[in-house]
Write a protein that binds this ligand. Structure first.
Ligand SMILES: NC(=O)c1ccc[n+]([C@@H]2O[C@H](COP(=O)([O-])OP(=O)(O)OC[C@H]3O[C@@H](n4cnc5c(N)ncnc54)[C@H](O)[C@@H]3O)[C@@H](O)[C@H]2O)c1
Length: 333
């Protein structure tokens, strides 16, 4: 089959690798904003793959890559300004990419399907578990209400999901947002820039670089995590069994931890690897009180996540240890 992958960053590159491994044809587009272009180019040599440099802010570029990949069985929308940090991009860039981009994609896929007289292929969207907001309790499934957002990148998920729902209801599109927990693990594009890495990776880089570690007061709230391999499996399974022409969000989070608990796991692996870890008390576990539990409709279609933060840290530390010089040089603070 053919898949179109918009956004060849951390998740997109791992997804491309997985589809090429399965023998699928891949067409991918990225504008190079926050990926390792050389790594993605090397990845394309593994199978039948085409990489296009293009921007989802530009409707013509999106229509062109849709035409080039057509007919395809699924499109993954993973191109985004994904960082919550204000120093990652201007607010304008985040809005144009994360709000206008999804509209361009949905419209281009709808119009291509209409022109071909065929049903539109499912659009799988990289959404976020942060959509449910902070202070979660009890059981969280896909029917839980959307909560408060703390930054433009995550706020944009609310708009893009609702836009997808609009296109499902109005245009008969199949739109499948995957509400991903905080993803960690080594893939073909594993970043080292602190603006674009998630907390397990940031702690690993800081311990390796001998840099200070701090935890904000909000860090003691439990958060949802998901290993890269489990996230890729979730993205691939997300359209399975979905009624065509519907909007069908899916959770993809497998472990609930506080940030201090993540640090405890990083430090345990670091000590085992002989990496110096100061004895300061930042790595104490947070309050163990009430934890929310994540449920996913994907369990019904065979999603069987297997990895956790503790078991993944040795591999993450080993990966970065091979790049230690770059680590310290690229640390913005
Ligand atoms: N990684 C996580 O922990 C996580 C968790 C929840 C949700 N998500 C979501 O999943 C999606 C993918 O995340 P990721 O971790 O791979 O992020 P990423 O930043 O690694 O990938 C995004 C890709 O989009 C590209 N891009 C940015 N602006 C673009 C534009 N205007 N046109 C074309 N390409 C553009 C970037 O160059 C990058 O390669 C994002 O929407 C993100 O918000 C990620």
């Amino acid at each position: 089959m053919t898949v179109l992958v918009l956004g060849a960053g951390y998740l997109g590159a791992a997804l491309i690798a997985a589809h090429l491994q399965s023998g699928d044809r891949v067409v991918a587009m990225d504008n190079g904003f926050s990926t390792d272009w050389d790594a993605v180019e090397r990845l394309m040599e593994r199978g039948s793959a085409t990489l296009v440099r293009g921007d989802i802010r530009d409707a013509a570029s999106v229509a062109s890559v849709v035409a080039r990949a057509w007919p395809f069985q699924v499109v993954y929308l993973l191109a985004a300004q994904a960082s919550a940090r204000p120093d990652a991009a201007t607010p304008e860039y985040t809005e144009e990419t994360n709000l206008r981009g999804p509209r361009h994609v949905l419209e281009a896929v709808r119009d291509a399907a209409r022109a071909a007289g065929s049903p539109p292929p499912p659009v799988v969207y990289g959404s976020s578990f942060h959509l449910y907001g902070p202070g979660l309790h009890g059981d969280i499934d896909e029917t839980c209400p959307i909560g408060a957002q703390a930054d433009l990148s995550h706020l944009s998920k609310v708009y893009a999901e609702r836009l997808g729902e609009l296109h499902a209801n109005r245009d008969g599109m199949t739109v499948v947002p995957v509400r991903l927990g905080i993803v960690y693990g080594v893939g073909p594009v594993t970043k080292r820039d602190f603006r674009f890495v998630t907390v397990p990776h940031a702690f690993a880089l800081r311990r390796l670089g001998g840099l200070p570690v701090s935890i904000t007061p909000s860090g003691v709230r439990p958060l949802a995590f998901c290993h890269l391999d489990d996230a890729i499996a979730a993205l691939r399974l997300a359209p399975v069994g979905v009624v065509p022409g519907t909007f069908a969000p899916a959770n993809a989070a497998t472990e609930v931890l506080t940030v201090p608990e993540v640090l405890v796991r990083v430090d345990a692996s670091a000590r085992e690897a002989g990496i110096p870890v100061p004895d300061a008390g930042v790595g104490e576990p947070g309050p163990s009180g009430d934890r929310f539990r994540v449920h996913s409709r994907l369990a019904l279609v065979g999603w069987n996540p297997r990895q956790d933060v503790a078991g993944s840290m040795p591999g993450i530390l080993r990966h970065y240890a091979g790049h230690q010089r770059t680590v310290t040089a690229s640390a913005p603070g």
